[in-house]
Design a protein around this ligand. Structure first.
Ligand SMILES: Nc1ncnc2c1ncn2[C@@H]1O[C@H](COP(=O)(O)OP(=O)(O)OP(=O)(O)O)[C@@H](O)[C@H]1O
Ligand SMILES: [Mg+2]
Length: 473
């Protein structure tokens, strides 16, 4: 791009100024004569924004007291001349833009003159190093490697792999936990050495035993009741016997009611009756005692049988629960195998992902190297580092500008200018516009070697001199 003419009307302190530019153009003038305003006017004319890209500040460019303002330029792009005129009114505060005297939309101008950022990075060369690191870095990468930004593609891939790795890691933790639980459960289950009968047999036997146990319980109850009955009979017989034994009446005694003396015949009859009764009672007591003995024996036998049956019942019930355990164990071992298979698959996947990540990192290293080489081959004393190598050897995106191995921040004013001129040459390799360059406040710089193939406008303070343009070539 070549700016052939520039006309300012009511632009800041310029009520009306008109300039014809050549390849190298030097403005001289005292303070406040409007040197820096030339740079502002060119950015405004082309893009309708302030030098830092703000639309809202352009209203301040309207000269105090004026109602309208315009900047008009004839520019040459790829050997073709274009007239661009931008006007602004006080009331609306908006601009209108004309291309070759026809009102046009902003997009059309942008198509013609390119991107604001690329322009200002070339036109005001100190902007690029002052920009925040990520924007300057993104600008270079987007413009130089827009078609194949391998590094960023690989970065996205890496992020995806790392996400997958995290997922796999949490899955592995989950299944490891499940494995431990299943193993514990399996050990608890396999602990019953009893022989196993078919389950139908076991169930049938349990039913029989339960019926038998019911019968035994009933019989036991009968024996208890029988025993109680016999014991109460025995008690009564023993009492009767005791009564009989205590009744020791002698011959010649008197009757206790009528006080008549008992005759010896009567006494003998009584004694015989007592004897018969005594023997009868003795027989009854023997019979009842035998009955009690039998009842006790029966009772003991019943208890023994009950205990045997109950023991068998317990064994059978254990057989059932073992059978159930066995089913559970086999179910369990299937689950355990599933979990182990899953863990195996996950471990293989984990390994594959970590290999893939290594490959990505390697490819990123190659891409980063390639970027650095491509960028730095256009620079002489300046170098731009787009990556930082971490202690572990990994690369991190970064952005550092150095000149003769010194970081930009510590450079002298003229070194900074030399450094940014190299960067401008680099930017011009991919913009194809070869934008002009505006170097303001040049009074401190004694000599410069600006790029030869671009238009240069400089501004230098010169005491007591009104704004003057000196054109070379
Ligand atoms: N809207 C405006 N109307 C009138 N004058 C303005 C307006 N905006 C800025 N100015 C003035 O224009 C003058 C020129 O500004 P400019 O920055 O171009 O001067 P300069 O020649 O670069 O000065 P220096 O040598 O101090 O850098 C300044 O005095 C500034 O205050
Ligand atoms: Mg100035």
């Amino acid at each position: 791009m070549f700016i052939k003419t520039l006309v300012l009307s009511n632009f800041k302190s310029h009520t009306y100024s008109s300039y014809q530019f050549g390849k190298t153009n030097h403005f001289f003038g005292d303070n406040f004569t409007g040197k820096s305003s030339i740079g502002d006017a060119i950015v405004f004319g082309l893009f309708g924004v302030s030098r830092h890209g703000y639309k809202m500040y352009i209203k301040d460019y309207l000269q105090e007291g004026a109602t309208t303002m315009y900047v008009e330029m004839i520019i040459q792009i790829h050997n073709q001349d274009y007239t661009i005129k931008r006007t602004m009114t006080a009331q609306k505060g908006t601009t209108s833009v004309f291309l070759n005297n026809k009102p046009v939309k902003e997009k059309e101008i942008e198509r013609l003159v390119g991107d604001y950022k690329a322009f200002v990075y070339c036109f005001f060369p100190d902007f690029f190093p002052d920009e925040d690191k990520s924007s300057s870095r993104a600008f270079l990468i987007d413009h130089m490697f827009s078609e194949r930004n391998d590094y960023d593609e690989l970065e996205k891939e890496k992020a995806r792999i790392i996400r997958e790795q995290k997922q796999i890691h949490s899955n592995i933790t989950f299944y490891e936990g499940q494995k431990v639980v299943l193993k514990k459960q399996a050990i608890a289950m396999v602990n019953n050495p009893d022989p196993i009968l078919p389950i139908e047999h076991v169930n049938a036997e349990i039913k029989t035993i339960q019926t038998e146990l019911e019968k035994i319980t009933n019989e036991t109850q009968e024996q208890i009741e029988n025993g109680i009955e016999l014991k109460s009979q025995l008690k009564s017989f023993i009492e009767q016997m005791a009564e009989l034994e205590s009744d020791v009446r002698l011959s010649g005694e008197r009757c206790p009611t009528c006080f008549q003396p008992i005759s010896s015949e009567q006494f003998e009859t009584i004694t015989n009756l007592k004897k018969t009764r005594y023997y009868d009672l003795k027989k009854e007591i023997d019979k009842v005692e035998t009955g009690i003995g039998n009842a006790q024996e029966n009772y003991a036998n019943l208890l023994k049988r009950k205990a045997q049956k109950e023991q068998r019942l317990q064994t059978l019930q254990m057989m059932i629960s073992y059978q159930q355990n066995i089913n559970q164990v086999s179910q369990h071992s299937t689950e355990l195998i599933n979990v182990e298979n899953k863990l195996h698959d996950l471990t293989i996947k984990k390994k594959a992902l970590s290999d893939e990540l290594k490959r990505m990192k390697h490819r990123q290293g190659v891409a980063a190297n390639d970027y650095q080489n491509q960028i730095n081959q256009h620079l002489t004393h300046t170098s731009i580092e787009l990556f930082k190598v971490l202690k572990n050897g990994e690369l991190r995106p970064d952005f550092q500008i150095c000149y003769k191995n010194r970081t930009y921040r510590v450079l002298s004013n003229s070194e900074k200018i030399r450094c940014v001129l190299e960067i401008v040459s680099l930017i011009n390799t991919f913009t194809s516009y070869k934008y002009p360059l505006f170097l303001d406040n040049m009074e401190g710089v004694t000599h410069l070697e600006p790029p030869e193939d671009i238009q240069i406008i400089t501004a230098t303070v010169k005491k007591g001199v009104p704004l003057t343009l000196k054109v070379k070539d």
